[in-house]
Design a protein around this ligand. Structure first.
Ligand code: NAD
Ligand code: TYD
Length: 362
């Protein structure tokens, strides 16, 4: 999305005067969504949030425990367990808010290779239900779609810009790109007020231990092998979670209708170097690392140009060294949280994803 209509309902000048006091945050029990909820309610500026979350294996109400423990913030939080693909639930909730922020998604690339269906139901049908609800709600809420740099596909050189062609290469990235295209179509055809953010690889406290950094930190704590895909020279641009949440809030409040904004961490690292840093911080040896069979279709490099959002006044605040230290310390101090996340289908998933890989590792 690069341009949108400029009728009165979506005119940025009209929108600028509007406050977003009552928010619907979908996926607010997940990693980034819960950070957004904690940070916004922690500002004590009167914002009220309704969270709609299906509580999949990745959603955890305990991620909002600090809000629950603070009576002033808790009074401004409502939690609804439900599915964004459920029309009735969504219609009901969207009518009561000034803005909808859609964090809800299946978020793990490896699971999208094993079992893609839920990615499509949430990423396409779910987004469609939210957009329809925004289109028909009398107060015309603003809609923000949380998307990802993975929609650009692998970037051989240079940095992706918002107008670049979308070239997703995993079912996860394809579902996210599909969601974005639906948003674009509703802006153009129906004149809804919507913006899209594309965040880079995010890390921090409450990150589900299936992802690279928390998986390797928690495995290393237990002296378990660390399954590094291929040569480990893939490159990712890392963004600390509270910076990502702040970038999303900035786009909600300052983004122009119909526009897309990259939220870049500006920290490009090979996976090998990231793993080296985290092992050093934990005082664990490199010998824990196993080079395992690569992920099919593995994107070699992500890198985004973040200048469009910096022109709006946003900048990442956290260096990779500080963010990684805070993240590792949080996992060391919050063992019950991550051990609980490694229950349920964890063992079955782990065996399916890593069993054969680790048995044939070099
Ligand atoms: P996550 O998996 O930790 O959380 C997703 C949340 O959505 C969970 O609480 C889950 O229960 C909920 N959910 C899933 N399907 C739902 C449905 N149908 N209805 C209602 N709730 C549902 O994911 P995350 O890492 O916090 O990612 C949040 C968003 O940010 C996603 O849209 C993701 O694509 C995007 N994103 C993530 C990253 C990253 O590095 N983690 C980077 C860029 C963008
Ligand atoms: P991940 O955290 O899954 O994020 P994404 O695939 O969305 O970038 O993976 C980050 C990088 O780490 C990616 O290049 C894949 C790699 N990786 C491994 O090498 N081993 C693993 O076990 C995992 C989960 C990821």
């Amino acid at each position: 999305m690069t341009e949108g209509p400029t009728d009165r309902a979506t005119d940025p000048a009209t929108r600028a005067a509007r406050e977003y006091r009552r928010l619907l945050v979908t996926g607010g029990a997940g990693f980034i969504g819960s950070c957004y909820v904690r940070d916004v309610l922690g500002r004590r500026d009167g914002t009220e949030i309704t969270v709609l979350d299906k509580l999949t294996y990745a959603g955890n109400e305990a991620n909002l425990a600090s809000v629950r423990a603070d009576p002033e913030a808790d009074a401004r939080l409502r939690f609804v367990v439900g599915d964004i693909a459920d029309r009735d639930v969504v219609n009901d909730l969207v009518r009561d808010v000034d803005a909808v922020l859609n964090f809800a998604a299946e978020s793990h690339v490896d699971r999208s290779i094993l079992d893609p269906e839920a990615f499509l139901v949430t990423g396409v049908i779910g987004v469609h239900m939210l957009l329809e609800a925004c289109r028909t709600a009398p107060q015309r809420p603003r809609y923000l779609q949380v998307s990802t740099d993975e929609v650009y596909g692998s970037v051989a050189e240079g940095h992706s810009r918002e107008g670049d062609v979308l070239a997703p290469r995993s079912p996860y990235a394809a579902a996210k790109a599909s969601g974005e295209l639906l948003v674009r179509s509703y802006v153009v055809t129906h004149g809804i007020d919507a913006v899209v953010t594309r965040g880079s690889n995010t890390y921090g406290p409450y990150h589900h231990p299936e992802k690279l950094i928390p998986l390797f930190v928690t495995n290393a704590i237990d002296d378990l092998p660390l399954p590094l895909y291929g040569d480990g020279l893939q490159r990712r641009d890392w963004l600390y979670v509270s910076d990502h949440a702040a970038g999303i809030d900035h786009v909600l409040r300052h983004g122009r209708t119909g526009e897309t904004y990259n939220i870049a961490g500006g920290v490009e690292m090979t996976n090998r170097d990231t793993v080296g840093l985290l092992l050093k911080h934990l005082g664990k040896p490199w010998s824990l690392v196993r080079h395992v069979q690569d992920r099919p279709g593995h994107d070699r490099r992500y890198a985004m140009d973040g200048s469009k959002l910096s022109e709006l006044g946003w900048r990442a605040q956290t260096t990779f060294e500080d963010g990684l230290t805070q993240t590792i310390d949080w996992f060391v101090e919050n063992e019950p949280w991550w051990r609980a996340a490694r229950t349920g289908d964890w063992d079955a998933y782990y065996e399916r994803q890593y069993g054969q890989r680790l048995r044939t590792a070099t």
